[in-house]
Write a protein of this length. Structure first.
Lengths: 261, 229
């Protein structure tokens, strides 16, 4: 039923967004973890006034993206298991809304809601920069940096955090996810352990930050001569494509699982 | 049979639940072996196993504790039965802790047998390497789930604690007021004088949080109904 795809998608997105936004634990857990972000040395208030605004904004976006997605990913891991526990699929399968739209709605709605506290924390730093430098350009620049640096990484994390618990026990996924975050984002190649850190597939957004707003040497975890505009665009495209692929495979798996029952 | 519950709970935990701490320690140990083959000193390579016990297994236990507090899909029915929910919860917690303890003891013995030490203390005191963070993470996980009425929220806060303690380990080692809360003291500051005190304080914190959870469940057994899940 092609005509039911978009209403089901918007309906599911709206419902999931409102449901997730009302969870107190999302706000409490994200704000508690943000204490770590605020203790860093690359926050807007740690830079001298002669540092370019775009560098300050890009650094702040990367700092927020280095730590807060951990809580974001853990918080999203219970969305599919919750539905299963409450036997919602049996109920929703009786409705004409396509299951793909429901999964996409769950993805967009819950990811958007869980990203809200992260956005507020990030934007508090941007507002500080705007007042501190008496430069209102910080606001549009900050929004652009959030879209280019944070959003692709968050969408990447959200896709895997929503679909992986379909096959993994939730605490096990949460543990593996936090371990992956250290290994694949924060652990540099200099440690001698093979890692995907500092590659295009790093959701921290170092390539986008270096390519669009700054230079590789000025961005946390980045180094060398990497960080052109094309590399930034390539990293964003790869992250978004990986997220879409994960959702597509999950949809096929859930459909196959449903057909077996 | 009085031990029927044990078989039932073991089946409920399943192979994945039982294998989780074993796989974690095997994973970290393989990193240690990799480091040894790359010429890293035995002391540094052994620290990978320490991290497996202290950072890996203990944190996983906290996440599991946060989950099992509310993981009963028939909670409402359970609350009407003779066996109180806090008894069932305590049994599940004890089962998880007992199994994780076996993995911890086994690891310390294997490391000793191959001629290394997890910490510069006696074999008995070495058990504090895993026992202290395990007790603390488990107690915090259970209490957070009751406070937030959300196992996922509790898991997210635990993940936050994990990151903060790992990345700010130098501050935790340098500030005396942070020593009682330093969960990964063996990994980062095993030879410091505060190590033993830190271990005992963490165990005390874990027992306190665990006891508070059980008391809370006793006073208000229906607290978990209608939570965030």
């Amino acid at each position: 039923m092609m005509h039911g795809i978009w209403p089901a998608l918007f309906g599911a997105t709206r419902y999931e967004f409102r449901m997730q936004l009302r969870r107190k634990s999302i706000w409490i857990a994200t704000f508690l973890t943000s204490l770590l972000v605020f203790t860093g040395l690359r926050n807007p208030w740690n830079f001298r006034h002669d540092t370019t605004l775009s560098v300050v904004v890009a650094q702040w976006a990367v700092v927020c993206n280095a730590f807060l997605p951990i809580v974001f990913g853990v918080l999203l891991a219970d969305r599919l298991p919750r539905d299963r526990r409450l036997h919602l699929p049996e109920l929703l399968d009786a409705l004409p809304a396509p299951s793909g739209s429901r999964l996409a709605g769950k993805y967009f709605g819950s990811a958007l809601a869980t990203a809200m506290p992260i956005f507020f924390i990030y934007f508090s730093g941007i507002i500080y920069s705007a007042f501190d430098r008496h430069d209102p350009v910080a606001i549009p620049l900050g929004l652009a940096a959030f879209l280019a640096i944070n959003v692709p990484g968050l969408l990447f994390v959200a896709a895997f955090s929503i679909v992986m618990p379909a096959i993994l026990w939730v605490p096990l996924y949460q543990f593996l996810f936090v371990g992956y975050w250290f290994w694949g984002n924060l652990l540099g190649p200099a440690y001698g352990i093979p890692t995907i850190s500092t590659t295009w597939l790093t959701p921290i957004g170092g390539f986008a930050a270096a390519g669009f707003f700054s230079q590789a040497g000025e961005i946390m975890t980045m180094g060398g001569d990497a960080g052109s505009v094309w590399q930034g665009a390539g990293s964003i495209a790869l992250l978004l494509a990986s997220a879409a692929l994960a959702l597509f495979i999950a949809q096929r798996y859930l459909t196959w699982q449903h057909a077996r029952q | 049979m009085k031990l029927d519950w044990l078989l039932y709970e073991l089946r409920r935990v399943g192979l994945v639940g039982l294998l989780t701490p074993v796989l974690i320690i095997l994973f970290f140990s393989s990193f240690g072996l990799l480091m040894r083959t790359n010429g890293v000193s035995p002391d540094r390579a052994t620290r990978a196993v320490v991290a497996g016990l202290e950072i890996g297994v203990a944190t996983a236990a906290g996440l599991i504790a946060a989950t099992i507090v509310t993981s009963d899909s028939l909670l409402e029915l359970h609350l009407s039965l003779m066996t109180r929910y806090r008894t069932t919860f305590a049994r599940r917690l004890a089962l998880m802790l007992g199994w994780t303890a076996l993995v911890g003891i086994g690891t310390t013995l294997v490391v000793r047998l191959i001629g290394h030490e997890l910490a510069p203390v006696s074999l008995l005191a070495q058990q504090l390497v895993w026992l202290a963070p395990l007790a603390c993470f488990t107690g915090v996980g259970a209490l957070l789930t009751l406070l937030l009425r959300s196992r996922t929220g509790a898991a997210a806060v635990l993940a936050g604690i994990w990151i903060i303690e790992t990345l700010l380990h130098e501050s935790f080692g340098a500030s005396s007021w942070l020593h009682p809360f330093f969960l990964f003291a063996t990994t980062y500051s095993a030879s410091e004088s505060f190590w033993l005190g830190n271990r005992l304080e963490l165990i005390a914190l874990g027992l306190l949080f665990g006891a508070l959870s059980l008391i809370w469940l006793k006073r208000n057994p229906s607290i978990l109904l209608g939570g965030e899940g």
